[in-house]
Design a protein around this ligand. Structure first.
Ligand code: HEC
Length: 147
C-alpha cells in the first residue's frame, strides 16, 4: 500500500470506529501511539537543530519549540499503560515514578524553550538547548534501540 492510501484507510477506520463507538486500544495500538509521539519529537528536534545550524528558516524557531512543547506534554500519558515491547525497557513501568518525573521535566523544559524562543528568538534559545534537551538521558535508561 502507498503511504497515502495507508493514511486514507486510517482516516476511514477512524470515522467508522468513532461512529460506532467501539474503538479500543489493543497492545499494538499502545506501542504505535507512543512511538508516533516519540517520532514527532524526533522530527521536531531535528528541524529545530537545522534552524540552529542556519540550514532552515530562523523565523520558524518558536514554532518548532512550541511543537516540541505540545508533543512533550503527551509523553507521560502515552507511556502510562504498561505494555512491554517496541524499544521500551521494562524499567519504564518498574521505575514509573522516575519515568513520569522525566516526562514532566521534558515537558516543562520544552514549554520554557518555547517561551524563550517566542520572546528572544534563535540567540536566546541557543544557550538553553543543551540542558533543555533531556532526550538522551532518558533513552540511556529506558530505551533499547533496535534500529
Ligand atoms: C521520559 C523518557 C524519554 C524522554 C525524555 C524522551 N524519550 Fe524518546 N523514547 C523513550 C522511550 C522509552 C522510547 C522507546 C519507545 C518504544 O518503542 O516503546 C523512545 C523512543 C524514541 C524514538 C524512536 C521512535 C521510533 O519508534 O522510531 C525517538 C526518535 C525519540 N524517542 C526521540 C526523542 C526526542 C527527540 C526526545 C527529546 C526531545 C525524547 N525522545 C525524549 C523515552 C523518552
Amino acid at each position: 500500500m502507498t503511504r497515502l492510501s495507508h493514511i486514507a484507510v486510517g482516516v476511514a477506520l477512524l470515522a467508522a470506529t468513532t461512529l460506532s463507538g467501539v474503538a479500543r486500544a489493543d497492545n499494538q495500538d499502545v506501542i504505535d501511539y507512543r512511538q508516533h509521539i516519540m517520532k514527532t519529537l524526533g522530527e521536531q528536534a531535528q528541524s529545530l537543530a537545522m534552524v540552529m545550524q542556519g540550514k532552515a528558516p530562523a523565523e520558524n524557531v518558536a514554532i518548532h519549540a512550541q511543537l516540541l512543547a505540545v508533543t512533550a506534554a503527551t509523553v507521560e500519558a502515552a507511556f502510562k499503560e504498561k505494555v512491554a515491547g517496541g524499544e521500551s525497557k521494562a524499567d519504564v513501568w518498574a521505575k514509573w515514578d522516575d519515568f513520569a518525573k522525566r516526562s514532566k521535566e521534558l515537558s516543562a523544559n520544552m514549554a520554557d524553550l518555547a517561551k524563550t524562543a517566542q520572546a528572544g528568538g534563535l540567540d536566546a534559545v541557543k544557550p538553553k538547548m543543551a540542558t533543555a534537551m533531556t532526550c538522551k538521558g532518558c533513552h540511556e535508561i529506558y530505551r533499547e534501540q533496535k534500529k
